[in-house]
Write a protein that binds this ligand. Structure first.
Ligand code: BEZ
Ligand code: FE
Length: 281
């Protein structure tokens, strides 16, 4: 039998994974063994040079050093690699007809202001006003009463309120609404604008080296919860946005592109109708 205790390039995977034999947690052993296999195969496939690996270690070090409670560069890295969207998709496979999930993003807050149905979320008076309305439904089309609809978007300058404390009013372009018996939600906000993800760190540098831009297409974020239903984390995207097919974090799903209708002769300039369908738990 081959002795996997000592190292050879050819048997590197087996040598390392054999050490997991004493792991008391079978899932941990499974995940780590697969990770080692793919990591070693990757290095062999590209004939990774020492200089390239040193560069990667430096990159990961900088990613850790810039990270804090407010700035999560590792999540950003996962986002731009399409990995956040992949893990989200694996964990939120839904029946046909249910609204699809997309990436959560770093700009949700737990204590967003509760607002009356129809109220505006825009507190800074900037941007093109838009009425967002629709229903929260179950898979059979029955309205869901008591669904919490938590929404947030950037302002007309492309920043969330939490990115500009002291410049934007707290709670600007965010709010929490609860549906009544008809399952309807309605609120006024602005037609969101496209914006760059934070690109002044190592992830931004990586995007630049790869010839990628840091922009996200304009979107409104939704977190919708209701007892007995799966939590829905999603956005609706502004149809026609120039970045719809090149979102820096791969968040766009075709089913989430919403209509924006131009309203004539009214104070509100736009209307974006969208129904959300929740899957049962
Ligand atoms: C966002 O949509 O808010 C977002 C998502 C991923 C990374 C950065 C921002
Ligand atoms: Fe966003």
């Amino acid at each position: 039998m081959t002795n996997h205790g000592t190292f050879t390039e050819a048997a590197s995977v087996e040598t390392v994974t054999a050490r997991h034999a004493g792991c008391a947690n079978p899932r941990l052993a499974e995940v780590m063994s697969a990770l080692i296999r793919h990591l070693h195969d990757f290095a062999k496939e590209v004939n990774l040079t020492q200089a390239e690996w040193d560069l990667a270690i430096g990159f990961l070090t900088k990613t850790g050093q810039i990270s804090s409670a407010e700035r999560q560069e590792f999540i950003l890295l996962s986002d731009v690699l399409g990995f956040s969207m992949l893990v989200d998709a694996i964990n939120n496979r839904r029946p046909a007809g249910a609204t699809e999930n997309t990436v959560f993003g770093p700009f949700h807050v737990e204590d967003a202001p509760k607002r009356e149905m129809g109220e505006t979320i825009c507190l800074d008076g900037k941007g093109e006003t838009c009425l967002f309305e629709g229903r929260v439904l179950d898979l059979t089309g029955v309205p869901i009463e008591g669904a919490t609809v938590d929404v947030w978007s950037d302002n007309a300058d492309g920043f969330y309120d939490v990115q500009q404390p002291g410049i934007q009013p707290k709670g600007n372009n965010r709010g929490v609404f609860v549906t009544g018996r008809d399952g309807r939600y309605a609120f006024r906000g602005i037609k969101p604008v496209s914006y760059p993800i934070p690109d002044d760190g190592p992830v931004g540098q990586m995007l630049a080296h790869l010839g990628r831009h840091p922009y996200r297409p304009a979107h409104m974020h939704y977190l919708i919860t209701a007892p007995g239903f799966q939590r829905l984390v999603t956005h609706t995207f502004v149809g026609g946005d120039e970045y719809l097919t090149s979102d820096a974090v791969f968040g766009v799903k075709a089913s989430l592109i919403a209509p924006y209708e131009r309203l004539r002769g009214q104070e509100t300039l736009w209307r974006s109708p969208f129904d959300f369908v929740l899957a049962p738990t």
